[in-house]
Design a protein around this ligand. Structure first.
Ligand code: GUN
Length: 287
């Protein structure tokens, strides 16, 4: 039996429609949600991501600003800008596009973002809140995956979830979110011995390792839900995930394509976090 293909674009559209209404409502109350995106240097992929984020804001009724810095900008210049944005009442969410040039200390930059404006959920306070099951702003990619699982009605409680990848942006928060929903969670890394021994036991398999088509059909349990967070640019210019889609789809129960799977959900959750931050701001000023 062929897997059902999870249409990330359709789910993202549905979620954005709900949140656009919330943004419009807030705007009528006098608080239009606002996002500031900081980009340093000229990484071509980052420039595309940042432009897509600004476009998505526009379509959702969110005000956005892009703050561009040259590759050789100093860390203090960027921190000073973040401190100004922390105080700016038009801005409710702040995001620093990663990666940053080598001379930047990412932790210092992220720590300078006000906790209540941390739209990416990367601030250590928000990481701690996630660990403690009191999420304020969940990191966008894993929360997009959770939203997808919810929308298609995948049962998480009591199931075995295997996360391949342990980055701060995807793997670790993904494992915590699945754990919070009472899954039994295994986290694998690029160094895991005999990866297949773990992946074949997954009812829900999430891959975020950045190795094209490393997950073959024999590594997947029949009927499993397979979520591919990998985006790998191939030499022919095409994008491919970590999963060998054409073969795994013959065995899985549900599967996400690349592109058109998790990707559209990431920006969607950024919009949600920004609107949520604006709602908290409104609640504060009207209390
Ligand atoms: N670069 C790659 N993914 C992300 C993300 O989720 N947030 C930010 N700020 N930069 C990224």
């Amino acid at each position: 039996m062929e897997a059902k293909i999870i249409d990330g674009n359709a789910i993202a559209k549905e979620v954005r429609t709900e949140w656009r209404l919330r943004a419009e409502y807030l705007t009528r109350l006098g608080v239009q949600p606002g996002l500031a995106v900081i980009i340093v240097g000229n990484n071509p992929a980052s420039s595309i991501y940042v432009r897509n984020k600004a476009k998505a804001c526009d379509e959702t009724g969110i005000y956005s600003e892009i703050h561009e810095f040259l590759e050789n900008a100093s860390q203090n210049q960027v921190i000073e800008r973040i401190q100004e944005l922390n105080k700016d009442s038009k801005i409710h969410g702040i995001l620093v596009q990663l990666p940053l040039p080598r001379h930047f200390e990412i932790n210092k930059i992220i720590a300078s973002i006000a906790v209540e404006k941390d739209a990416d959920g990367f601030h250590l306070y928000n990481v701690g809140a996630l660990v403690a099951g009191q999420t304020l702003f969940p990191p966008c990619t894993p929360s997009g995956v959770m939203k997808m699982l919810e929308k298609i009605g995948i049962v998480i409680e009591g199931r075995h979830a295997v996360v391949v990848g342990r980055s701060n942006i995807v793997g670790k928060p993904m494992a915590l979110m699945l754990l919070e929903k009472s899954a039994t969670v295994t986290i694998c890394t690029s160094k895991t011995h005999n990866l297949m021994e773990h992946t074949v036991r997954a009812d829900i398999l999430v891959t975020a390792i950045g190795k094209p088509r490393i997950i073959s059909a024999d590594m997947v349990k029949s009927g499993a839900t397979v979520i591919d967070v990998g985006i790998n640019l191939m030499s022919d210019g095409k994008l491919t995930g970590d999963v060998d889609f054409n073969l795994v789809k013959k065995k899985a129960g549900y599967i996400t394509p690349v592109p058109g799977g998790v990707g559209p959900m990431t920006i969607t959750m950024l919009l949600c976090n920004t609107i949520k931050a604006a709602e908290r701001f409104y609640a504060q000023i009207s209390a």
